[in-house]
Design a protein around this ligand. Structure first.
Ligand code: 6PG
Length: 238
């Protein structure tokens, strides 16, 4: 992997907007563009912008949306990553229903992890026995977790599985997550991280100082792909 590219902007809103423009441009002209979305609150800024700036069908007819992780809750639950995406984006742009591939958070986690892995195997190109995304969008928690790979489950970075069942360290909530193997097989991985509460971890990760090796986000390094950070100045401590 080459050195990560870092794009920083004055505010979280501008960061999300520039990322939205970058995403649409990357997908433009592609026959199929397979993209895994992150959850949490940061992507909502991105989704709000995409819905406002790019509602037309020609932006979306070739983009297939997946999730890098999902909470094991029904799609109507307030903590569902799918629900947040549906309300902020999917209900507001003209994307074909067949392009949306949600994780079924309402189902048995272990069975859903296997089912979703089969969906990815069937629908995505394969390289070295792993499905290859065109783009994986990731957030990062204040503990350095990414997707739903938390510091207490670092083994999910090296798992031979495509998807795994993870557990939130505080709430115990189960999640279905892509493993590090799939994330690091992507053609491009982009961290979208904003806010001063992330600056310590970002500094340690980018400078490989402190406890950087204990943070899952530090181990995201696409083998044959690009790693990019879209961050706001607050997340860089500016
Ligand atoms: C999730 C996410 C998770 C998220 C980080 C950052 O399902 O919660 O996939 O990895 O990206 O926790 O969340 P915020 O954007 O809310 O800080």
């Amino acid at each position: 992997m080459t050195q990560p590219r870092i794009y920083s902007f004055p505010t979280a809103e501008i960061t999300a907007q520039r990322f939205g423009d970058y995403l649409i441009e990357k997908a433009r002209g592609r026959e199929i563009f397979n993209c895994a979305l992150s959850g949490g609150s940061t992507p909502k800024l991105l989704f709000d912008y995409l819905a406002q700036k790019y509602p037309e069908p020609y932006h979306w007819e070739h983009i297939h949306l997946y999730w890098g992780d999902e909470r094991c809750v029904p799609p109507s639950h307030a903590e569902s990553n799918y629900l947040m995406t549906k309300e902020a984006l999917l209900d507001k742009v003209q994307i074909p229903a067949g392009n949306i591939h949600r994780v079924r958070g309402e189902d048995d986690p272990a069975k859903e992890a296997k089912r979703y892995a089969d969906v990815l195997t069937q629908r995505l190109p394969e390289h070295n026995f792993a499905p290859v995304f065109d783009l994986v969008i990731l957030g990062m928690g204040t503990d350095g977790h990414t997707a739903s790979i938390f510091p207490h489950q670092m083994e999910l970075l090296q798992s031979e599985e495509i998807c795994a069942v993870a557990t939130h360290p505080e709430s115990g909530q189960q999640r279905v997550t892509l493993t590090g193997k799939v994330i690091n097989h992507a053609k491009e991985v982009i961290f979208l991280v904003t806010g001063a509460n992330k600056k310590e971890k970002i500094h340690e990760i980018l400078h490989q100082t402190g406890n950087w090796e204990s943070y899952p986000a530090s181990h995201i390094a696409p083998e044959d792909g690009e790693l990019v950070w879209f961050v706001d100045d607050a997340a860089l401590g500016r």
